[in-house]
Design a binder for this molecule. Structure first.
Ligand code: WQD
Length: 329
């Protein structure tokens, strides 16, 4: 298949591009490089032997996006492009709503105009808000506690309404839990521009002696008092997108959790990282981070039943691959 990957130069996008090419697909990337580097193209080529065609554009700019659809008969679009820092979204909501919503609408308009009928969306477990019980299934109530999460909810609604009005379309919503780790080659991984927000890039900085990690809260109602999350290897996440392509020629709306079904606490991640990589991760306990929830992990049975997806990489592999990449940075 010929697949357009928006945000394909980013962390999850680039790992998915590699897997798509390895499975024989032709990939076109559209990315504005706001949170990624052009050198990713060289790494994708080094790993796969293929260099995807790359358009450095703002996906929200319909005219720029249309150039791609005029030049290529796209079979499916995987939409990663978007701003994604929870804290930042609170301080700059308009940028988040404008960028994340308008890029989705521009993409849908081009797809409709050029007969591309399969849309796979990079959604997030953040749409579940603070779940009353665990594990989380796809029919749980949805809510947003910040503008970033609100854009994910709105985009899911836009896609659902669009498919209702265009019954020959296939829409798949993939709700990611906490992606960590890196490609086993060590050539590509999580390399955010600026100061990271997420736990593992900050664990890595602590392991490198660049800063002491702050553990945000130790009084949650969890086994050791620290936050529990469902961490999934980024390569498993890429495999989940390959599975989602099975729906490409089946009109409808499909929703899947992409996680492992296992919850790990902050302290368990720190310990696993230290054990696997034989390093020390200096940390101190700090106040809870506003907006954080105590625990979140997935029931992933639906993805396994419907698209044959099941995460296969454990926490040790996630910690090892993350460190293996980070050492090269
Ligand atoms: C994980 C745990 C923190 C940093 C967010 C988004 C979600 C998705 C993944 C985009 C929590 C604790 C963290 C630190 C810490 N992003 N922590 N010290 O908040 O679960 O999810 O990123 O799609 O939508 O909400 O991920 O990695 O920030 O935090 O103690 O310096 O680590 O409290 O318990 P989170 P995270």
């Amino acid at each position: 298949m010929k697949i357009l990957v928006t945000g394909g130069m980013g962390y999850i996008g680039s790992h998915t591009v590699i897997e798509l090419i390895n499975r024989g697909n032709e990939v076109i990337i559209a990315d504005n490089l706001s949170n990624s580097k052009k050198s990713v193209l060289d790494i994708v080529e080094a790993i796969t032997g293929k260099r995807p065609e790359f358009y450095e554009i703002d996906v929200a700019d319909k005219a720029e996006l249309e150039v791609i659809f005029k030049a290529h008969a796209i079979d499916a679009a995987i939409h990663f492009a978007g701003l994604k820092a929870v804290g930042e979204s609170v301080s700059m909501p308009l940028e988040y709503y404008k960028n994340n919503i308008m890029s989705t609408i521009a993409l849908l308009e081009c797809m409709k105009a050029y007969g591309c009928k399969a849309f796979i969306f990079s959604s997030s477990a953040t749409v579940y808000g603070d779940p009353a019980v665990l594990p989380i299934t796809e029919d749980f109530p949805l809510s947003a506690t910040n503008p970033y999460g609100a854009t994910k909810l709105m985009i899911e609604r836009i896609l659902t309404d669009f498919q209702y009005a265009n019954k020959d379309f296939s829409v798949t919503l993939l709700r990611y839990f906490n992606p960590i780790g890196a490609h086993p080659s060590g050539l590509i991984g999580e390399d955010p521009n600026g100061i990271p927000n997420n736990l593992v890039p900050l664990v890595i900085k602590a392991a490198k002696g660049e800063r002491v990690l702050s553990v945000y809260g130790r009084d949650y109602s969890t086994p050791d008092g620290t936050g529990v999350r469902d961490y999934i290897h980024v390569c498993d996440l890429a495999d989940g997108h390959i599975g989602a392509l099975k729906n490409a020629d089946k009109p409808g709306v499909y929703i899947y959790n992409l996680g492992t079904g296992n919850g790990f606490s902050v302290l368990e991640i720190i310990n696993a990282f230290e054990q696997v990589n034989k390093v020390k991760v200096p940390y101190v306990f700090a106040e809870r981070r506003p907006g954080d929830i105590a625990a979140c992990y997935a029931d992933c049975g639906k993805a396994e039943r419907e698209i044959g997806f099941r995460a296969s990489r454990g926490i040790e592999e996630m910690c090892r691959d993350a460190w293996n990449f980070a050492k090269s940075m």
